[in-house]
Design a binder for this molecule. Structure first.
Ligand code: MN
Length: 201
């Protein structure tokens, strides 16, 4: 399959004032679009790899020929991570999780606020470029983690529930060096319905 840049599920200005229209436009079209183009370029002479979904490519990176592996890890990871990132956000929801996801968050971290604090600290502490994640392990337990560059938890067999891009390109136009403010505001635009769907599978 030729990988394609998915449409955003909302308008570029829909996450204002927390994430600005210009950042969303450049982030989606140029950054995410660039990963898709480079992924397709990397795969163009490997029809056997073109048959695989992006998830399958990332779940079995060690099966990819070494000369292609880094390009697929970075650009395939960039494509997968951003596709997920857009869907776990939504216009100003003002929501908190409910149902099983909320229950499991509370039983894991004692309270939603404590979870929020830990996730925010992990996102803030990622040195350089990368992502913060809420992931589900195969035993159903939840964990907060972070990855460098465009690496992601599906390569470790975990299921991502939430993803937060902390590359500077995700926030620099509006927030400059103020990553803490970007992280704080991101909690206003989480799509908890999508997160709950990912959690219950
Ligand atoms: Mn990004």
């Amino acid at each position: 399959m030729i990988h394609e840049l998915p449409k955003l599920p909302y308008d570029y200005n829909a996450l204002e004032p927390y994430i600005d229209e210009r950042t969303m436009n450049i982030h989606h079209n140029l950054h995410h679009g660039g990963y898709v183009t480079k992924l397709n370029n990397a795969l163009k002479d490997s029809p056997e790899l073109l048959d695989k979904s992006i998830e399958d490519l990332l779940k079995s990176l060690e099966e990819i020929p070494e000369y292609l592996r880094t390009a697929i890890r970075n650009n395939g990871g960039g494509h997968y991570n951003h596709s997920l990132f857009w869907t776990v956000m939504a216009p100003n929801t003002g929501e908190k999780p409910d149902g099983d996801l909320a229950k499991t968050i509370r039983s894991t971290w004692a309270s939603f606020d404590k979870f929020k604090e830990i996730f925010s600290t992990v996102a803030l502490s990622r040195f350089g470029s990368g992502w913060a994640w809420l992931v589900k392990n195969s035993d159903g337990s939840l964990v907060v983690t972070s990855t460098a560059n465009q690496d992601n938890p599906i390569s470790n067999g975990q299921i991502p529930i939430l993803a937060l891009d902390v590359w500077e390109h995700a926030y620099y136009l509006k927030y400059q060096n103020r990553r803490p403010d970007y992280i704080k505001n991101w909690w206003n635009v989480i799509n908890w319905k999508e997160a709950a769907k990912r959690f219950t599978g």
